[in-house]
Design a protein around this ligand. Structure first.
Ligand code: MHQ
Length: 264
């Protein structure tokens, strides 16, 4: 059943608790999205600060590099899917998302969840040594060597650097993540108009906090980042197709079902 791995239920027009964001005050919408982000962000800022210099030893890096291509892909697919699971939970808590029809919820997650994972990656990225919190410690690009997709890894790390340069607050990350997900231009949407209405509110919410923070100049920079996200995800899909051709059985039997549902 589509959406089964994400625990989505169909939109019920009779549901008396379904509130549309249009009925919410913009301040409440901001607060709600920020709370959803905080509750689903996987790592709290204080935790990350404490772990900041916990890096893999040379022996540990070597162990990752000695894995076979399919072993390392499987490990990364599992870690990536953990992160995606939190993004799905975040999406479900964005006011208006659950009220979209189930196919549109799935379509938005298929095209947007990886993008939000990459936005969130900037929160767990240490620019001082170019490492990302992965599998319990901070990892540089060399850790991912056996994936044999150095170009994708380099591009993802560059993107993390450029996101960190914007020095977004947690609230700004929350609103930007919601905007990345609620996008009426995604393929295969059935009720584009309804997605567009929810998006308009999220856009208002983002402008509201940027205005409040006196950082309106961030707006155009964030819209530029959305183009980078698109090309990174296209590259991810291209690498995945390459991997599936080489190791169809690993992909079929050892990758997490949610990963296959979203990207397969
Ligand atoms: C998360 C932690 C995390 C874990 C995994 C799927 C694949 C084999 C190829 C990280 C894509 C290659 C991923 C591992 C590459 C783009 C993938 C491989 C945040 C995200 C993060 C750091 C993932 C980011 C994307 C990575 C590096 O909490």
């Amino acid at each position: 059943m589509p959406g089964g791995e994400m625990g989505l239920r169909p939109y019920d027009p009779e549901d008396p608790f379904c509130s549309y964001p249009t009925s919410l005050h913009i301040e409440e919408l901001c607060a709600s999205i920020v709370r959803s982000h905080r509750e689903t962000c996987q790592f709290r800022p204080e935790e990350l600060q404490a772990l900041k210099w916990k890096v893999f030893t040379r022996e540990e890096v070597h162990a990752y590099q000695s894995k076979t291509v399919d072993e390392m892909w499987q490990l990364c697919a599992v870690r990536l899917t953990d992160a995606v699971q939190y993004v799905v939970e975040f999406a479900k808590r964005i006011p208006g998302f659950r009220q979209l029809c189930q196919n549109d919820q799935i379509a938005l997650l298929k095209s947007g969840s990886m993008e939000v994972v990459l936005v969130r990656m900037s929160r767990i990225f240490n620019t001082e040594n170019s490492t990302v919190f992965f599998d319990g410690k901070f990892a540089g690009t060399e850790v991912f060597k056996s994936l044999i997709c150095a170009d994708l890894i380099a591009a993802v790390f560059d993107f993390a650097h450029s996101m960190c340069a914007l020095r977004l607050s947690e609230q700004q990350v929350a609103l930007f993540s919601a905007l990345v997900l609620i996008n009426a231009d995604r393929p295969c949407l059935e009720e584009r108009g309804r997605v567009q209405r929810v998006r308009k509110d999220v856009e208002l919410a983002l402008s509201h906090i940027l205005h409040r923070d006196n950082q309106q100049s961030l707006q155009s920079k964030l819209y530029e980042k959305m183009a980078d996200l698109r090309s990174l995800c296209a590259l991810h899909m291209e690498k995945l197709r390459w991997f599936r051709q080489l190791y169809p059985l690993t992909m079929h039997s050892l990758f997490p079902p949610l990963y296959k549902e979203l990207f397969g």
